[in-house]
Design a protein around this ligand. Sequence first.
Ligand SMILES: O=C(CO)COP(=O)(O)O
Length: 134
Amino acid sequence: MNIALIAHDKKKDDLIRFVLAYQPIFEQHSLFATGTTGTRITTETGLPVHRFRSGPLGGDQEIGAYIANDKMDLVLFFRDPLTAQPHEPDVSALIRLCDVYCVPLATNMGSAEVLVKGLERGDIEWRSIINGNE
Ligand SMILES: O=C(CO)COP(=O)(O)O
């Protein structure tokens, strides 16, 4: 499965801890991330990550393009709801595309935990039928 990992600045520490906690699961999948998030994941967990541009510089939109082309199977986006983002329209567009294409999306650690456990159990295997991936 192709998994997008994204975190706003104040949530990046949480995302790193989350990826470390579930590293054995993430190791079995292809990881994608916005620029700064991806750099931190690679540096602090050693996992390979395909990095897009930084979120404010178009990274959210690049991930949105993957979603629109059925190339993203799961999105874990640790949003910061208490800080205004200069690229808020991009954030909204990414979330909207997840809804358009029925891509499982978590916007906080609580829901991310449920999705990752579902991923491990095979609950998201139906995505393989859509995109032909294994
Ligand atoms: O801003 C972001 C998502 O909207 C995240 O971008 P970075 O990973 O480059 O900080």
